[in-house]
Design a protein around this ligand. Structure first.
Ligand code: NGQ
Ligand code: ZN
Length: 462
């Protein structure tokens, strides 16, 4: 099957009727034709039909190994002082876990994560990969060992991936040496470029490779410059930018500037950049990000889980800012939940309704889905996020029989804001059906390996 007839499909110019979608063996759409002749009896013509079809979502921020920790850090420490449990205490637990995982375990965890992401409507992922070294801190014989494992998991599950090997050199601003428990993360500009070079043969329609300076805490401006000097100019660059109040203060103490200001003062930030957790931003920083065309990488469920704070979405959208969503620590693997939290956080903080809209698009669900597709595609650096010729053949078929699925223009608002059932029935990624009838096609094998891996990792878990 290399074609699908959709009675309703979300194309770049909006909802269209009777769309014939065709793709080739390279996993890209070859033709997308609205108002195609009715396909009654199409089954006999060998063409499958669907009622409601939309582009698959891009998950622009993932640390896949953290999927094995989700749900396990929700226990308060014995010290009940006001700030005893924080992002930083969570990070200590996460570090302890990261120290003990073997590469094949990373692969098993990532495969489970990616299958879940696909079932919920993500067809692309950006992996911010920083566990590079062996538990004793030595390089693996293959510098790209862990990156390769995560890419293998993506291939197995059938999700498109942008691998972002991480530059990680310091424990804090001003070049503080790494802590012992960060020894697996160590990678300078030359190490990251060696990983990028090793992964070069894996690039293709389903795999892209960019880079990620971990944060302004973990990478100096000089190191980021060296990294960029060695990389083709079109490759994506992601960075954690201003997630916690504490790191904003450390940046000010170190440089006299807030993180986004410091970044823009020192580096040429443009459309290839994705600023992950641009949570704590002043008005001039909101304006700078929007004007630069960089994507704000928002991860609302993780940011809520870790007590980060709220990104000022309304002023950012007013300035034409671009954003996408990521599941980061994977406490949720649903784009619906991510988008819902994004909007609801703004409503709660502002005591108002219907924030993520524009004058042209007043339906919140529609604006959220379409804006996150565009921003996510830009951050992924792959031709994804549109049902259009030349783009990856990634699409979702929603369950037409479900009471929460109604015809456009209601469809996306119902999908994003109504109920908790997963409305994604079938998923095509890179021209392959990877989810059928809500089941991932390799679910039993992937889940079996994941459970076995978790059992083996039991003593490492908090
Ligand atoms: C990470 N996660 O790299 O996994 C980070 C925590 C840090 C989030 N920021 C570590 N959510 O920022 O130092
Ligand atoms: Zn992150």
């Amino acid at each position: 099957m290399t074609a699908l007839f959709a009675r309703h499909a979300l194309l770049p110019d909006g909802w269209r009727r009777d769309v014939l979608l065709q793709w080739g063996g390279d996993g890209r759409f070859t033709a997308v034709t609205p108002d195609a002749p009715a396909m009654d009896g199409s089954e006999s013509a060998g063409i499958e039909t669907a009622d409601y079809v939309l582009p698959g979502m891009i998950n622009l921020h993932s640390h896949s190994f953290q999927r094995a920790l989700s749900g396990l850090t929700e226990i308060a420490g014995e010290d009940r002082a006001k700030s005893a449990d924080s992002f930083w205490t969570w990070r200590d637990l996460m570090y302890r876990f990261a120290l003990g995982i073997a590469p094949e375990q990373m692969e098993a965890i990532a495969a489970q994560l990616f299958a879940e992401c696909l079932r919920h409507g993500y067809t692309s992922i950006c992996e911010f990969n920083y566990v590079h070294r062996a538990p004793d801190g030595a390089l693996y014989p293959d510098v790209a060992e862990t990156a390769r494992r995560v890419i293998a998991a993506a291939r197995h599950a059938g999700i498109g991936i942008t691998m972002l090997p991480v530059l990680y050199a310091h424990a804090g601003f001003g070049g503080a040496p790494l802590r012992d428990e960060q020894r697996r993360f160590r990678a300078g500009p030359a190490d990251v470029l060696a990983i990028v070079a090793a992964l070069e043969p894996l690039r293709g329609p389903m795999v892209e490779v960019g880079v990620a300076p971990h944060s302004l805490r973990a990478a100096s401006v000089a190191q980021i410059r060296d990294l960029l000097a060695g990389l083709s100019p079109e490759r994506p660059v992601h960075i954690h930018i201003a997630e916690q109040g504490g790191e904003v203060q450390q940046c000010i103490d170190h440089s006299g500037r807030r993180p986004v200001q410091f970044l823009y003062d020192n580096l040429p930030v443009d459309e290839r950049w994705c600023l992950v957790h641009a949570t704590h931003v002043a008005d001039d920083e909101v304006a700078a990000i929007a004007a630069s065309g960089a994507v704000a990488g928002l991860c609302p469920t993780t940011e809520a889980n870790l007590g980060d704070g709220l990104f000022p979405l309304a002023p950012f959208l007013e300035r034409g800012g671009r954003f996408g969503i990521g599941s980061d620590s994977h406490v949720s693997t649903s784009p619906v939940e991510e988008l819902r939290w994004l909007e609801y956080g703004q409503r709660l903080a502002g005591q108002r309704r219907n924030v993520a809209v524009t004058t042209d698009e007043r339906r919140v669900g529609d604006h959220l889905w379409r804006a996150a597709l565009a921003g996510g595609a830009q951050a992924a650096g792959r031709r994804v996020g549109a049902l259009a010729p030349g783009y990856a053949a990634d699409l979702l078929v929603l369950d037409e029989a479900h009471p929460n699925v109604s015809a456009p223009p209601e469809l996306l608002n119902g999908f994003v804001f109504s109920g908790n059932d997963n409305l994604v029935k079938d998923v095509l990624a890179g021209g392959q059906w990877v989810v059928r009838g809500r089941q991932h096609v390799a679910q039993a094998a992937i889940a079996g390996r994941f459970k076995e891996t978790l059992a083996n990792l039991r003593e490492l878990r908090p």
